[in-house]
Write a protein that binds this ligand. Structure first.
Ligand code: LLP
Length: 414
């Protein structure tokens, strides 16, 4: 993303031109950023053997997944759909992990039929797995009793979390494994999403390593994802080199004691794609009512739910007048709920000092590449936007805009 002559360019193309060509609203991704992040994170960890698996819940556009595959990453999946997308993108089953929190046995069976390893989430599931597939191979997800993340909804470790087997249940894990002859290939954890404090990650890592010490014959240990990105210009980036260095140090120490070079896995989602993505929209109506200047745009939380769901902050740019004179404004969506605003926190509207928007202007909502389209819905019966990949002045449609037929066909066909 860059601004030239006060106008916004994505992947070397003027944002306004992208809207002219592909219409509005529109998701745009810069390929260079995805590749850069993928290389950065792999280079940050010196330890070998390692594998960085892309947690594709962040964005399952198959063309984006192909780029990530080209960069040499594996993949973390949580549903039949994500396994399907990963196989379509060309990932080998051996690079895919299926983390199975309360998933149905149909989904597990589908993954197993593709030779994909299942990451067991509870003792109950482990027992049932053992009965169905005695002698099978598994990974076990551990809850290290440490959580972190940008919002309560995204903290996935600790006593309030529904995920994993508590770290002090190793004896039970071993008992069930023995009873059904299950082979524990690896242990896993994911403590939460949007972590900007590396210390929390390392603290949790040590707990998982303590668990691993008590289980013989592990091939890998997976420390999950969660690495945060800056959403505000004022926020600092996590020092990925420093984090990578600490991870390597702890892991090398562990492997020496364990007597084996275990494979180190991490599974970031957001870090790889968040900053590559932008949601472009068009101003439909502006109104100065009550205490706010409402800038109404042609998208809403159906297309980017993070502000409404978590009060998340996303930078907003004026594509055609980036450094224009500013005033306090509320950017509001087109859905029938008052919570449908993009300039807000958890409590409600927080006006933002932005270049003055008028009807027809293009609004650019930044850092929308992770958990943007992948959490989008058809609420208010509006189709989801198209997605475009931009690189060195060229734009490629990577998912067409949905149509009303896409929304209604399944009920019209009954
Ligand atoms: N591994 C597992 C098992 C996960 O559950 C997740 C995310 C990740 C890896 C990747 O986490 P990341 O590196 O992307 O932080 N919708 C929320 C984020 C929810 C993340 C859920 N799990 C948001 O928009 O902030």
């Amino acid at each position: 993303m860059m601004v030239r002559d006060n106008r916004l360019y994505l992947g070397g193309i003027e944002a306004q031109k992208l809207v002219d060509e592909f219409s509005s609203p529109l998701y745009v991704y810069e390929e260079a950023t995805i590749r850069e992040r993928a290389r950065e994170i792999q280079n940050a960890i010196d330890y070998v053997p390692k594998q960085v698996k892309y947690s594709c819940k962040a964005n399952t556009n198959i063309e984006i997944m192909k780029i990530i595959k080209e960069e040499g990453l594996g993949i973390d999946t949580v549903s039949r759909g994500e396994v399907f997308a990963s196989l379509e993108a060309g990932f080998d089953p051996s690079q895919i992990l299926f983390t199975a929190n309360n998933v149905s046995w149909d989904e597990v069976e589908y993954a197993l039929s593709k030779d994909i390893l299942i990451n067991i989430d509870s003792l109950s599931q482990m027992e049932q797995f053992g009965k169905r597939y005695p002698g099978g191979e598994i990974t076990v997800r551990i809850n290290p009793n440490i959580g972190a993340g940008h919002h309560n909804h995204c903290i996935t470790g600790g006593p309030e979390s529904k995920f994993g087997v508590n770290y002090d249940r190793v004896a039970d894990i071993k008992r069930i494994a023995k009873e059904y002859g299950l082979i524990i290939r690896g242990v896993h954890q994911h403590i939460g999403s949007g972590i900007l404090d590396p210390e929390k990650f390392i603290m949790a890592m040590k707990v998982l390593l303590d668990v691993a010490r008590n289980i013989d014959g592990l091939d890998f240990i997976d420390f999950g994802g969660g690495i945060g990105v800056p959403y505000r210009d004022s926020e600092e980036r996590i020092d990925i080199e420093l984090l990578g260095g600490k991870i390597t140090e702890e892991f090398e120490k562990f492997c020496k004691e364990y007597g084996k070079s275990v494979i180190l896995i991490i599974e970031p989602g957001r870090y790889l794609v968040a900053e590559s993505g932008f949601l472009l929209a068009t101003v439909i109506a502006v109104k100065n009512e009550s205490n706010h200047r409402f800038v109404g745009i042609d998208t809403g939380f159906n297309h980017l739910v993070r502000p409404a769901m978590y009060g998340s902050y996303h930078e907003i740019l004026h594509a055609g007048n980036a450094h224009g004179e500013s005033t306090l404004q509320t950017v509001a969506g087109n859905l029938c709920e008052s919570g449908d605003t993009f300039t807000r926190d958890e409590e409600g509207i927080v006006d933002r000092d932005l270049p003055v928007f008028n009807e027809g202007d293009v609004v650019c909502i930044c850092t929308a590449g992770a958990y943007g389209y992948s959490m989008a819905s058809q609420y208010n019966s509006r189709p989801r936007p198209a997605e475009v990949l931009v690189h060195e002045g060229r734009a490629r449609l990577i998912r067409r805009r949905e149509t009303l037929e896409d929304i209604f066909r399944s009920s019209l066909e009954i």
